[in-house]
Write a protein that binds this ligand. Structure first.
Ligand code: ZN
Length: 196
């Protein structure tokens, strides 16, 4: 579990190392505030991917027109896409905020479907870790597969990284796009239409 007391101590040390006075009026409660904020924005670090899958994993029988099912048990022509899910995260290289982040998650149901709001909750929790944008896509895809049993999953993510936009080369409008394509989303270019 996240150790808020230890975070407070270290933030106080960073403030002193920056040459400021951690005891001055504006800063004296800062270590506590940062520790509380970290506990919230890094809450996903308390759970593994399987624990997140369990947490939001309530599924429903896909009771729709079963006569559409092929011999393989798949339902051809059916895809679920949740587009532009707002989320945020922090990069593990700089502990810097990744913002204006949107995820699009698609999967081909394979008998079990997940509530649509649960997909957004999975994204939110995966973002609440020290992350890499590519890793966020992999984590979300892993969890969606655990919950739905479908191997046909795609996750695309766009985000601004404050470690790029606010420091170094200062490319302020730069956005990073990543795609995690699995199963039919990887092998069938026509399926990629859904996640653009
Ligand atoms: Zn970074």
């Amino acid at each position: 579990m996240i150790n808020e007391k230890a975070i407070e101590e270290h933030i106080r040390g960073i403030l002193a190392a920056l040459g400021d006075d951690p005891e001055r009026e504006g800063l004296k409660d800062t270590p506590k505030r940062v520790a509380q904020m970290y506990a919230e924005v890094f809450a996903g670090m308390n759970y593994t991917n399987s624990e997140i899958a369990e947490m939001f994993g309530k599924t429903f029988e896909d009771g729709l027109d079963t006569e559409m099912e092929s011999d393989a048990g798949h339902c051809p022509g059916r895809v679920v896409v949740v587009r532009d899910i707002d989320m945020f995260s922090y990069c593990e290289h700089h502990m810097a905020l990744m913002y204006d982040m949107k995820a699009t998650v698609a999967y081909i149901p394979n008998g079990r479907v997940i509530g649509l709001s649960k997909i957004a909750r999975v994204c939110d929790m995966v973002g609440r870790r020290l992350q890499l944008q590519e890793k966020i896509g992999r984590d979300i895809a892993d969890i969606i597969t655990m919950i739905t049993g479908s191997d046909d999953v795609a996750v695309t993510i766009e985000a601004c990284h404050s470690c790029v936009t606010a420091r170094g080369i200062k490319k302020t409008n730069t956005k990073t796009y990543t795609a995690e394509l699995r199963g039919q989303f990887r092998t069938d270019p026509a399926m990629q239409f859904y996640i653009r």
